[in-house]
Ligand binder design. Sequence first.
Ligand code: NAD
Length: 477
Amino acid sequence: MLHKNLIGGEWVEGVGVTRNINPSNTDDVVGEYAQADAAQVEAAIAEARAAFASWSATPVEARADMLDAIGNEILARKEELGRLLSREEGKPLADGIGEVVRAGRIFKFFAAECLRLAGETIPSTRPGIQVEITREPVGVVGLITPWNFPAAIPAWKMAPALAYGNTVVLKPAELCPGSAWAIVEICARNLPKGVVNLVMGKGSVVGEALASSPHLDALSFTGSVEVGRHLAEVCAKTMKKCQLEMGGKNPLVVLDDADLEVAVNCAIQGAFYQTGQRCTASSRLVVTEAIHDRFVSAMIEAMVKLVVDDALKPGTQIGPVVDQRQLDQDLMYIEIGKQEGARLACGGELLTRATPGFYLQPALFTDTTPEMRINREEIFGPVASVIRVKDYEEALAVANDTPYGLSSGICTRSLKYAQHFKRHAQAGLVMVNLPTAGVDYHVPFGGRKASSYGPREQGRYALEFYTTVKTAYVLPV
Ligand code: NAD
C-alpha cells in the first residue's frame, strides 16, 4: 500500500515514492510513502488557509474534544504504533511504545490547554480607557521534523498548533515518515478537512517549498543546525515567525563526590541509549581527577554488557544506527578521534547480527581534549568522550565551552555545586544526577546558543510561538 499525502482532506499521490527501510533488517520494507512536489506544498498551504477561518472560530470545547479523541486513539494503539516506530527508526520496542505514549499524552495535554487560553485586562494610563491583551492564532503553520523522534516531535508541534486555533502543513523526515503518517491519519478522521495537511518527501524540495512559501505564516523546525541556519534566513526573507530546535553537544559533568553507580548509569543512558541519536545525548563526559579512573573502568564494565541488536528483539538495549549515511558519519568521527590522538577505550566496532542492519558497538574515547573535533561537533551516534578536568571550576568552563546549549548535566552529592551548576550551565535544560536526555512532556523544552532559535516548545510555553498577542484599547462611549 502506498501511503499518500493528505491535502485538504484528500489522500493524494505524489510525484515519486520513498521506501521506508527497517534499519534492524534492511530486507524489511516498512512501507512506501508518496513524495510531494512544490506545487502540492502550495496546494496544502491553500487548503490549510481555507480551513483556518472556521477552525480558529471553533469553540474551544469542541477543539478540546477532538484533540482528546486523537490522544485517546494514539494511546489505545500504542503497541501497534510503537512497533511501527521501532521498525522504521530502530529504537528498542519499549522506547518506541514509550514515544507513542508521549505523543498521545501530548495531544491530551493540549486538549486541556484549549480551555485555559486566557488574556489580561490592564488599567490604561489614560482615564476611561480599557486595555485588553488577547492571544490569537498565528494562522497557517508549517512543521518540519527530523527522523529521530518520528512520533513525538510531530505531536509536540501539531497538538499546540491546533489547540491554539492554527491549521498546519506537516513535512516529516523522509527517512522515517511512517509514524507521522499514522498520527496524521488519526487526525484526518477526527478533524475537519484541511486543518491538518501532510506533504512528504525531500527536505531540499518539499521542506524548502514549505519554508519559503509567502503564503505560510510561521515555521516550526527541528533538525540540524546547518538546515536550521538556512531556514532562519529563508524565514527572514519572507518575514515569517520561526522556531528552530537544533543540535547539541551536551556535557555530563561527573565530580569526585558523585555516586559512581548513578554517574555511570547517567552516562550510559545519556550517551548510548537510543543509539546516541538524541539531540540531548551526553557526548562529552567531563570528569574530575579523583574519580576519573574509577569512572572509566566502571563505564567499560557496563558498556561490554550492553545488548546491541534488532530493535524488536526482546532484551535489546540499543538498536541499530538509523541508516548507512549516519553509520558512515559515526565511523568517520571514530576515525577522526583516533587521528586526533584520543584513546578508543571501548567499542566502535561494526557488529553482525541475525539480520542485515546498521549495528555499531557503542564507543568511548578517553584522553580527549576540549578542542578535538569529536568534542566540538555533533556526531549523533553512540560515541562519547571523556574529558579529564582538575576541579568543578574547570568542569563548568569545559561544559560551557561549546557553540551548543541544549542540555547539561552534573552528577554530584554537593548541594553547593549542584546549585551553582543549575544557575551557570549555559543550556536550556539542566539535569542533576539524571541523564542529559529524557524529559517530561508538559514543561518547556529547548536550548540556547546554536541549539535553539525563537520561542520555547512544549508545555504551556508553546503558546508563545503558536499565538500572537493583540493589545486592544477601548473607550466605552
Ligand atoms: P536534518 O536537519 O537533516 O532534517 C530535519 C528536517 O528538515 C527533515 O524533515 C528534512 O527533510 C528537512 N530539511 C532538510 N533540508 C531542508 C531544507 N533545505 N529546507 C527545508 N527542510 C529541510 O536533521 P535530521 O538528520 O533529520 O535530524 C537530526 C538532527 O536533528 C540532529 O542535529 C539533532 O540534534 C536534531 N534534533 C534536535 C532536536 C531538538 O529538539 N533540539 C530534537 C531532535 C533532533
